[in-house]
Design a binder for this molecule. Structure first.
Ligand SMILES: [Zn+2]
Length: 425
């Protein structure tokens, strides 16, 4: 076992304790709650900062409470390979979504600092605020502010869902911006040569396949119709023969099943990427009845894929199905406004570094698309980025989230090696 290897193993032991301590101090049964810019998120930030100082790292706050950790002697204006993730959680979430990536970065940095040969490495760890969307109705606020993709003027008046107070208010309540002389420059593509995020997998695939580490190929994009409607005609359930009906429930059901058949066809063709959800489907409670043919259904459609052409194909099929069902059933669809985001591709070179790092360590990996992470904002800022996914039982955004210590250690070793490879290129 090399020296660097054993340094990393002992820092993994220490950050695993840090994870446990933050989990205990932000417990909110069931699970944990670290609302964005709340006392609990600040507690996590303070414990992370204390860990960094204890290990001789430079600890810098930006004006929004995002933290940067650097090895001693590294000028904060040096372009660095950067890793990290977010400190906040969803309400009653698990301890590892976000926090595992911060801890993983701290382990790599603390080990590099303990290894005298690697002192001036251009490595940076970031601990970011507010990645989760339940708090302000939109995601990635901390990384957007940190990367200059949004300004406080633009988003400072957003109101947090639990406190009904503004983002600006919460920043001030925590004392940001702090005038302790530690205001770091905002990060941008000049200061971040590449971004590597370790994150627990939020779905069941790695667990099901018995593979400890995943390599994200892209953050899935989506095409969404949040407020769609189908109008038919109300009628007597017993008196109306089928040919006279304009049944909105059967029309939307036919649409959903048509799209589901398309999904099954894609799977049969080996495409495991595309997903499709009808999250809302309701008749009008003021008018519906067991004895009435439904005259109206309101519903939502949500397509996801890591490949744009796949989203485009689903939209085209949707419009075709709508036309046919309107003709056959005498109903009218109003799909309403379309919203969505384009898929975000991960950097091929970084993906190869991760694969090689895992291969050298004898750790099995698979490539797979992932859901939204802070890394998507780094891509938006023009920074080559990649995400290392770590197997995690019971999914995420729930209190049952579970990360095996050995899987975490595997992920951290892969991260450390991939960062060293990226710095050598
Ligand atoms: Zn997360």
């Amino acid at each position: 076992m090399t020296n660097a290897h054993s340094h990393l193993d002992s820092s993994i032991t220490e950050v695993w304790e840090l994870l446990g301590q933050i989990g205990q101090e932000t417990a909110d049964s069931p699970g944990i709650t670290r609302a964005a810019w709340s006392g609990n998120e600040e507690k996590a930030a303070e414990l992370a900062r204390a860990f960094g100082r204890r290990h001789g790292l430079q600890v810098l706050n930006d004006a929004f409470g995002n933290i940067q950790f650097l090895l001693p002697g590294v000028d904060p204006a040096t372009p660095c390979i950067t890793t990290g993730s977010h400190l906040d959680s969803v309400p009653h979430g698990g301890n590892y979504d976000g926090l595992a990536g911060v801890a993983a970065g701290l382990a790599v940095l603390a080990a590099a600092n303990a290894d005298s040969r690697s002192c001036a490495l251009p490595f940076r760890v970031v601990a970011m605020r507010c990645e989760e969307s339940p708090w302000f109705g939109t995601a990635y606020l901390g990384s957007r502010l940190m990367l200059g993709l949004s300004t406080l003027d633009e988003i400072g008046d957003l109101v947090r869902s639990d406190s009904r107070k503004s983002l600006r208010h919460h920043l001030q309540a925590l004392g940001y911006p702090r005038t302790d002389g530690a205001t770091a420059p905002l990060l941008n593509s000049g200061l971040v040569t590449s971004f590597l995020e370790l994150h627990i997998e939020q779905g069941p695939l790695l667990e099901a396949d018995g593979i400890p580490v995943g390599i994200a190929t892209a953050v899935r994009g989506n095409v969404r119709f949040p407020e769609a409607r189908c109008a038919g005609a109300y009628g007597h359930s017993a008196a109306l023969p089928r040919r006279f009906r304009q049944d909105a429930v059967l029309a939307v059901a036919e649409l959903a099943l048509g799209l589901d058949r398309h999904w099954q066809d894609r799977i049969a063709q080996g495409d495991e990427d595309f997903v499709f959800t009808v999250g809302k489907f309701s008749t009008d409670a003021a008018q519906h009845a067991m004895t009435k043919v439904a005259g109206e259904v309101r519903f939502s459609l949500n397509f996801g894929a890591a490949v744009k052409s796949s989203l485009d194909a689903a939209r085209t099929l949707l419009f075709d199905l709508v036309k046919g069902i309107e003709r056959d059933r005498g109903v009218t669809f109003e799909l309403g406004g379309e919203v969505g985001t384009a898929p975000t591709e991960m950097d091929a070179t970084l993906m190869a570094h991760i694969e090689e790092a895992a291969g050298a360590l004898g750790i099995a990996t698979r490539r797979m698309p992932t859901v939204g992470h802070d890394a998507a904002m780094f891509v938006r800022a023009g920074i080559p980025s990649a995400v290392i996914l770590v197997r995690n039982a019971n999914g995420s955004h729930n209190s049952e989230e579970a990360l095996d210590r050995e899987d975490f250690a595997r992920g951290v070793h892969v991260l450390g090696r991939a960062m060293h490879r990226a710095s050598a290129r």
